[in-house]
Write a protein that binds this ligand. Structure first.
Ligand code: BES
Ligand code: ZN
Length: 578
């Protein structure tokens, strides 16, 4: 009997869920999902079953013979939520739980029509990673336990429900519609996802379509048109695509992440819709998770770098295959800057700068940073440099093949790597990378001519002819070069229209720099961005910089926009401003 995941009550001495079948009705007015979920066990068993829940109201629990089962919903703990302990008679093969979610469910954001692009219909979406699935379904919410599922969602007839699964039909009855989905591949619970809204779709290739609100669809279809080429490049690198379809859902602007790799249905922030396909690296990233993360999954959040570090590595390989090594190196150089910022941010909690973390008592949302992404990436680069590219690529393919549809720890990775390429971990001091704090001095440095050109300029004003050809990443690298005088900032803005930029990556980097350099005339634009997007990558630097300039104003701006942010984003900004 043991709990092996610090963020779940799942006990490996108890029965294991093999699949769930969810039947749910969505009440947009009350912001409540009323559900009945059947959990079917791998092998029938008895005794106590501990499930994870958060803010759920449990109405009844029955077994497969419709007998009522006794249960205890324990008091909620701050990070884990409330343990639901159910007593199973010997030989129980499945249980059925009737329940409802809370309007404050941490995985759900219920948007009013005014918060959507069309303005006419409400919208609902889920975001379960890392440990929010339990606020939608009572289950064993640990990535070690893969489940298959079916979902039947009843929604207003004017809306469509999309699920990270295969569509099995829609029926309409009066004012309501019921959509059925089935997920044939087993997934960790954090990858369960759905959204409901006024949605239309456009085919990008035989195995990929993009969903969006009708008024956004054409723009999204244009932006993501290159997705099939990415899938093909990725299959060359990592092996066959195992999920049949790679569909994309363009989210409302309050989506708190850049992207989320929900299997068969990646969620993407609308801030990627720059018009020129310049921000599709995020698509490559979420696609890469189809191998690293969704096929080979971290056993728990302490090994998150296995998901994200590998995925950044894979993402840059896809970029390199499509756009060349210069572009991938520029991206990596920006990653290195973000890594240095993250290490600086965790000065007081240096344990969070390890790859393998220890998170008992720590909320994974609070531990989130670029460290697992970029330190993980540079560690894999170091291993690759020590082995040579061909040997490393062969190992990576064999690692994915060995652990596909599994969940692993950092030790599993070490054993596999050491067996395939003995001595290499010691050569790069893998122990220091994995369990040490900060970034090793001898970490690989990205190199490219274009990078060298930007670095040579430093914080000086670039030649307008040169800068006008920069990609967003080149702009960000330039803006990241350091603080400069307010006057230099103003000249730069006058020459290149940065405050008016509609490319969010460039815009937010610029506005952050401008605030730090006290170019206060950008304040209205900063407030505009904070009112229109809820992506945490942008909220974090903008609120931090705004707070430095004028703490009272930061608090007022947050108070005005708080209700429109996702619960996870709200929690993050609150932490930042207090
Ligand atoms: N899986 C993550 C998003 C995530 C991580 C959600 C942890 C909840 C908890 C996703 O793949 C991701 O990494 N998104 C990045 C984009 C990427 C290009 C680095 C993001 O949202 O910024
Ligand atoms: Zn990721």
């Amino acid at each position: 009997m043991a709990r092996r995941d610090p963020h779940s009550y799942t006990d490996d001495g108890q029965v294991e869920t093999e699949s769930f079948d969810l039947v749910a009705k969505l009440d947009f007015a009350g912001k409540v999902l009323r559900g009945e979920v059947t959990l079917t066990f791998r092998t029938p068993g008895g005794g106590t079953l501990d499930l994870d829940t958060r803010d759920l109201e449990i109405e009844a629990v029955r077994d497969d013979a419709e007998r009522v089962l006794p249960f205890t919903l324990h008091p909620a703990e701050p990070i884990l939520g409330a343990r639901l302990a159910i007593e199973l008679p010997e030989g129980t093969g499945a249980i059925r739980i009737r329940y409802r979610t809370s309007p404050d469910a941490s995985a759900l954001q219920w948007l009013a029509p005014a918060q959507t692009a069309g303005g006419q219909h409400p919208f609902l979406f889920s975001q379960c990673q890392a440990i929010h699935a339990r606020s939608v379904i009572p289950l064993q919410d640990s990535p070690r336990l893969r489940v298959r599922y079916t979902v039947e969602l009843t929604v207003p007839k004017t809306l469509r429900a999309v699920v990270a699964a295969a569509h099995r039909g829609r029926t309409e009855d009066g004012e309501l519609a019921t959509e059925r989905y089935e997920m044939p591949q087993p997934i960790p619970p954090y990858l369960f996802a759905f959204a409901v809204g006024d949605l239309a779709s456009h085919d990008l290739s035989p195995r990929s379509r993009v969903w969006a609100e009708p008024s956004v669809l054409q723009k999204a279809a244009h932006e993501f048109a290159g997705v099939e080429a990415m899938i093909e490049a990725a299959e060359q690198l990592f092996g066959p695509y195992d999920w049949e379809r790679f569909d994309i859902l363009t989210m409302p602007p309050s989506f708190p992440y850049g992207g989320m790799e929900n299997p068969r249905l990646t969620f993407l922030t609308p801030t990627l819709l720059a018009g020129d396909r310049s921000l599709v690296g995020v698509v490559a990233h979420e696609l890469a998770h189809s191998w690293t993360g969704n096929l080979v999954t971290n056993a728990n959040a302490e090994h998150f770098w296995l998901n994200e570090g590998f995925t950044v590595f894979a993402e840059r390989r896809i970029l390199e295959a499509i756009d060349g090594s210069d572009v991938a190196a520029l991206d990596a150089a920006l990653g290195r800057k973000e890594l240095d910022h993250a290490v600086e941010r965790f000065k007081e909690q240096p344990g969070l700068t390890r790859l393998r973390t220890h998170l008992t008592g720590i909320d994974p949302d609070d531990a989130f940073s670029q460290v697992p992404y970029e330190k993980g990436y540079f560690f894999l680069c170091a291993l690759e440099q020590a082995t040579g590219r061909d040997a490393f690529e062969a190992w990576l393919k064999s690692y994915i093949a060995a652990f596909r549809f599994g969940a692993i720890t950092t030790d599993d990775f070490i054993v596999h790597f050491e067996h395939a390429l003995p001595g290499v971990l010691a050569k790069v001091d893998g122990e220091r990378w994995i369990n040490g704090e900060g970034v090793p001095e001898d970490a690989p440095r990205p190199r490219s001519d274009r990078l060298a050109a930007i670095e040579a300029i430093g914080i000086e004003l670039p030649e307008p002819k040169v800068a006008s050809r920069w990609t967003p990443v080149e702009w960000q690298l330039h803006l990241e070069a350091g603080n400069r005088s307010a006057e230099t900032c103003r000249v730069l803005d006058a020459a290149h229209g940065l405050t008016a930029s509609t490319n969010y990556e460039v815009l937010v980097s610029w506005l952050t720099l401008a605030l730090r350099c006290r170019v206060l005339e950008v304040l209205p634009r900063v407030e505009q961005v904070l009112a229109e997007v809820g992506r945490m990558k942008y909220l974090r630097p903008l609120y931090s910089a705004l707070r430095e300039v004028d703490a009272a104003r930061a608090a007022t701006v947050f108070a005005a926009n708080r209700a429109g942010y996702h619960p996870i984003a709200r929690q993050m900004v609150e932490g930042l401003l207090t």
